[in-house]
Design a binder for this molecule. Structure first.
Ligand code: ZN
Ligand code: ZN
Length: 335
């Protein structure tokens, strides 16, 4: 088992453990170890043969045991047990997805809003991952704490982007925005601004506890907006700490499919939104997807390889995930 496959085993264990509040710390430890494997990509067989698994960052004796079993058998009894406990057993219709065909991430932040790295550092991170494109999608102005971008700052950002693009020629930088879906379903930037951007991700961030009928109207309005390409982390949930928004998912997903608006599987272990179960519903509703890290630092781009299992578990064919499109195909798909 290679490091990416092992990262997915640990990541799923971290995810399942999050459903039990008492296991919060263990959950985080598994997710952190998964992340470290996805970033470092060590040769696990060699390390295991040398009894060196605990030399990996974030891997203590307990996690090393799970890893050793995964390396030796390709499976994990601990994972199987957790799946049974939360009633999410393995399915025989998981999809096969070839991560080496993943072309680029369309949801990333820089220090233009709440990211912790410059656009150049993020672009270099994407280059190191072998990506052909990166969507730079900082926040819109509504959430003041994250220093969101208005039209003037987006214009200034586009100038910096041109400079960064010249330094990182092999990764096409897409200028985008993660625009807030306001309470009434309108967006936090005017159409004439959104129209100019390469990629528009509309996300619910605040007032997630709106009552379901109002939330449904809000989301229906967002997916019908002519400039929206993707709905970011569609429920806003935080596994283990915050339930996501509740709305008529089927109605919203069907409307998203009708408008060719993709739904995101946000691979940040703190989000994992859509969940595999919800993504399966969206698949049945005819939706396309993006599989993104929502990275706020270059190392977080590795959330995608560790979160890939969610898309497989949801049974989503590779062809329904926009990140597997070539740059040209992606540009055509984004309206
Ligand atoms: Zn967001
Ligand atoms: Zn984001």
């Amino acid at each position: 088992m290679d490091a990416i496959a092992a990262a997915q085993v640990l990541s799923e264990i971290g995810y399942l453990l999050r459903q039990d509040p008492e296991e919060k710390f263990r959950a985080k430890a598994f997710s952190a170890a998964a992340w470290s494997l996805a970033v470092e990509r060590p040769d696990l067989a060699v390390l295991h043969a040398r009894n060196g698994l605990t030399s990996l960052e974030g891997v203590g004796a307990g996690i090393a045991k799970v890893l050793a079993e995964a390396i030796e058998t390709g499976g994990s009894r601990y994972l199987d047990r957790l799946r049974e406990q939360v009633n999410q057993p393995a399915r025989d219709d998981e999809s096969a997805i070839d991560l080496t065909r993943y072309q680029g991430d369309v949801h990333a932040h820089s220090n233009w809003s709440d990211g912790r790295a410059t656009m150049l550092e993020m672009a270099r991170g994407a280059e190191a991952m072998g990506y052909h494109y990166l969507g730079v999608t900082d926040h819109s102005p509504r959430i003041k704490v994250v220093n969101g971008l208005n039209a003037d700052r987006l214009l200034a950002q586009s100038r910096e982007m041109a400079e960064v693009q010249a330094q990182v020629p092999h990764v096409a930088l897409l200028q985008g925005i993660e625009v807030d879906i306001l309470e009434d379903g309108t967006l936090d930037l005017p159409d004439m601004v959104l129209e100019l951007l390469d990629v528009v991700i509309a996300s619910p961030h605040v007032k997630l506890r709106q009552e379901p009928a109002a939330m449904t109207e809000r989301m229906l309005r967002a997916v019908s907006h002519p400039h929206v390409d993707v709905i970011g982390h569609p429920t806003g949930r935080r596994p283990g700490s915050r339930e996501g928004a509740s709305y008529d998912f089927e109605a919203v997903f069907k409307e998203a499919a009708r408008h060719h608006v993709a739904l995101e599987i946000d691979c940040d272990p703190a989000r994992m939104d859509l969940s595999p179960e919800m993504a399966r519903l969206a698949l049945d509703c005819g939706c396309n997807f993006t599989l993104d890290a929502d990275a706020h630092a270059p190392a977080e781009l590795a959330y995608v390889p560790m979160g890939l299992w969610m898309a497989r578990r949801a049974g989503i064919p590779q062809g329904r995930i926009l990140n597997f499109l070539s740059l040209g195909e992606l540009t055509d798909a984004l309206h």
